[in-house]
Design a protein around this ligand. Structure first.
Ligand SMILES: CC(=O)SCCNC(=O)CCNC(=O)[C@H](O)C(C)(C)COP(=O)(O)OP(=O)(O)OC[C@H]1O[C@@H](n2cnc3c(N)ncnc32)[C@H](O)[C@@H]1OP(=O)(O)O
Length: 260
């Protein structure tokens, strides 16, 4: 994406790490609008109605943008080539054996290389730079709802060929679970006090494991993710669940205050 300006004094090197503080400090409307335009192209490419990334959103988030750009001295223009946005998220994951894991993972949230610069190595440079800056290995990256192209890219450029889709639409790679088993065995990391929660998925019960960066959860909130899943799949079970729900609804309606 071409801009009639010299971004060298503002952005510096051709691969640049822009955390929220750095973006705020840029204070340059043209840089902001150029990044926003590139992010719009990313959204357009994925058929999204609104862009996932804007400078305004970035400033108010914990996410970091890695930007690839260059200055064309002949034409005296700056070209924004691509970006990758990452953030750390607390994820609840299943491996391919339906073992459950919980931990804070580096997530690739938005990744785009301008169509005029694709398949020229920019994407690989961006991810290499990002991984070095974040001190992470390719298998430690979770991909947020990845495109087929991104899965192909990860397989071809980083040898990550066993994606494990999660019901949250995140994808992690099998190597993440293997590395965890090799490093930690069954032991929960220090600071994790929650007792092991048995989970039942259909007729199968599974154990929870912890990823290295896991932080303690909020048992008291009893959110759906932390609650044991106890689904009775038989017709009798479904009927009794429905009857129970109807009873609970009726009790709730009867206990509510009338509006008038
Ligand atoms: C979490 C998310 O953000 S999901 C959304 C991911 N973004 C997109 O799908 C947007 C469209 N695609 C792109 O922007 C880019 O192609 C990216 C970001 C995926 C990769 O950037 P590039 O600069 O093209 O990557 P780079 O040149 O380093 O590597 C190219 C490899 O990516 C894959 N790739 C790139 N484009 C394509 C394509 N059109 N078809 C198939 N594979 C492709 C291939 O593995 C390719 O290797 P090859 O050229 O040797 O066959």
């Amino acid at each position: 994406m071409q801009v009639d300006a010299d971004f060298r004094p503002i952005l510096g090197p051709q691969l640049v790490r822009l955390d929220p503080m750095r973006i705020k400090q840029l204070q340059d409307p043209l840089v902001y609008s150029s990044i926003d335009s590139l992010a719009k192209l990313s959204a357009h490419c994925l058929n999204l109605r609104a862009p996932l990334t804007t400078c305004e959103k970035l400033i108010n988030s914990d996410n970091t943008l890695y930007l690839a750009w260059k200055f064309d001295e002949e034409q005296n223009v700056s070209r924004l080539l691509g970006f990758a946005k990452v953030g750390r998220k607390q994820l609840f994951l299943y491996d391919s054996q339906m073992q459950t894991y919980e931990g804070e993972i580096l997530c690739l949230l938005d990744f785009y290389v301008h169509f005029s610069a694709q398949r020229q190595g920019v994407g690989k440079q961006l991810i290499d730079y990002l991984l070095a800056q974040e001190h992470a290995e390719p298998y430690q990256l979770a991909l947020d709802n990845p495109s087929v192209t991104l899965l192909g890219f990860m397989s071809q450029k980083f040898g990550m060929s066993k994606p494990v889709w999660q019901n949250t639409n995140f994808v992690v790679f099998d190597e993440l679970f293997q590395s965890f088993a090799a490093e930690n065995g069954e032991k929960a990391p220090d600071g994790w006090n929650r007792p092991q929660t048995p989970r039942r998925i259909g007729a199968v019960s599974t154990d929870t494991r912890w990823l290295r960066n896991a932080v303690s959860g909020h048992q008291s909130k009893g959110n759906a993710m932390a609650a044991p899943v106890d689904a009775d799949m038989t017709p009798q079970g479904a009927l009794s669940n429905r009857a129970h729900q109807a009873k609970a609804r009726k009790a709730h309606i009867l206990s509510s205050k009338p509006l008038w």
